[in-house]
Design a protein around this ligand. Structure first.
Ligand code: HPA
Length: 248
């Protein structure tokens, strides 16, 4: 399937698009409230793209307070027919060291109290969507092929555990998540993936591991350590996005 307008949802460390020529910026209000910030429109790798900073710009909206429903509705209103999400995550599996990029294939949702469906009986009548495979396989494979084309090593699989935040996890929580099969831990992967499916928009994620999860390294987790990994890693994520957009 060819995608006409790809939306990128940027996470921590990717709050603005530097690559593309910006052609517009839209301050939308949706029927479910306001998105995290204006949606930028531009051209990147000769494609039309939309960009939304998930936490706003500057980074201000905490993970549990993001209006995920409005974010995705706004992107849909502007014509997004595919979404690539960028997520900074902690690494649980030993292969998920700091700096590693993973294209996750599954999700376990530990979040609570978030507005996580359009089919709530108010906005839309109750419905139950299939989420067996939360990420779009065609988009995932496009990301994996693009990474190979630029010789960027990526993990082709990963189970993303979505936690509530904004605090990081305890060692026991990470140990439980590991037993549950989680390879990565982040705070924003859900309900985003589920809402994209409810809207019928193919969705995949690029996860950058920015720290070993709680108990997976000797010391405590510091924001300084995370910031250092982010600044280097997000350049790789940008390169991957640029190459992926060429091929979609
Ligand atoms: N836990 C949850 N979310 C995160 C982490 C983490 O260790 N690192 C970056 N986002």
């Amino acid at each position: 399937m060819a995608f006409n307008k790809v939306a990128i949802i940027g996470g921590t460390g990717l709050t603005q698009l530097d690559g593309p020529d910006i052609t517009g910026s839209y301050e939308l209000t949706t029927d479910l409230g306001q998105p995290s910030g204006p949606v930028q429109e531009g051209r990147w790798s000769e494609r039309d793209v939309l960009f939304l900073a998930r936490h706003g710009h500057p980074h201000a909206v905490p993970p549990h307070k993001i209006n995920y429903r409005a974010n995705l509705l706004a992107l849909q209103q502007l014509g997004a027919d595919a979404i690539i999400a960028v997520n900074a995550v902690g690494g649980i599996h030993h292969a998920m060291q700091s700096g590693v990029i993973s294209v996750p294939h599954q999700v376990v949702d530990y979040t609570w109290g978030r507005e996580s469906t359009y089919f709530d009986g108010e906005f839309r009548p109750l419905d139950h969507i299939d989420l067996s495979y939360p990420y779009d396989e065609e988009l995932r494979q496009s990301l994996i092929r693009a990474a190979a084309a630029i010789q960027l090593p990526v993990c082709e699989f990963g189970v993303y555990g979505a936690t509530q935040g904004p605090r990081l996890e305890t060692v026991a929580e990470i140990s439980r998540m590991e037993k549950d099969g989680c390879d990565l831990v982040g705070m924003t992967g859900m309900p985003e993936a589920a809402l994209a499916r409810e809207l019928g928009i193919p969705y995949a994620s690029i996860c950058l591991v920015v720290n070993p999860a709680a108990g997976k390294s000797e010391g405590l987790i510091t924001m300084d350590e995370i910031r250092a990994v982010i600044s280097e890693g997000m350049q790789k994520v940008r390169d991957l996005l640029a190459e992926t957009l060429k091929s979609l």
